[in-house]
Design a protein around this ligand. Sequence first.
Ligand code: 5GP
Length: 261
Amino acid sequence: MKKGKKLYEGKAKIIYATQDKALVIQYFKDDATAFNNQKKSTIEGKGVLNNRISEHILSNLSQIGIKNHLVKRLNMREQLIKLVEIVPIEFIIRNVATGSITKRLGIEDGTVLKEPLIEYCLKDDALGDPLIAEEHIYTFDWATKKEIEKIKKMILRINDFMVGMFRGIGIKLIDFKLEFGRIKINGRNEVILADEISPDTCRLWDSITDKKLDKDRFRKDLGDLIPAYTEVAKRLGILHEQSNITAVNVTKLSSVKKKRK
Ligand code: 5GP
């Protein structure tokens, strides 16, 4: 699949056109940002790991009937995906209270929620992705009631599946962010899962030690982000061959792949 012109560049990914109007290439960058772009860095190898982890999770979700944009992984940093019109809402799912909700509502960090909580944020960097009520979505036509009902059902199924998947490898799924997109399938309008699911978009804590294995390592200056993401990939069974993957190894792997092309 030939890479065409750049269509969009986000904080962590770039979207390129292909010869097929319905398909685009999603490129995973090494850039990390936090706190509405105020904190920025480049972490060598992050994009490679997120590409692999997201491919693994989205493929598994596809197998349990969650339609999503992934067609296939193309190489270390790129995936072929279906072009969708992104619903301008970030859907946050929380199983345990931490992060923004603890500050906003004064809830004690680590409080286990009695059932998963779905929050909605408007996808708008300039406004800092503000929290919105479901009613705002309908008032401003960001999505229809039918779309939100469908998305909510998908979210609960995704959460159930992912909580179980991570529990099986000794990781607690604390919270995560999802995005959905509109697409025409056989002439019918549908909403499908889009974007990525990775340690960049989830909070993942080791089940026994509560060690953070996600982007909070960057947000909170905890260091060792690549070893943490590598640990997640290894436990998921994605990285069999490299027992000791490091940023340097990941970079080497990328260049070996490039030379082979
Ligand atoms: P919080 O609202 O506590 O900052 O984040 C809740 C969850 O959603 C976390 O798992 C966080 O990683 C994810 N999340 C929320 N907004 C964003 C975002 O703009 N980018 C990314 N990568 N993750 C987000």
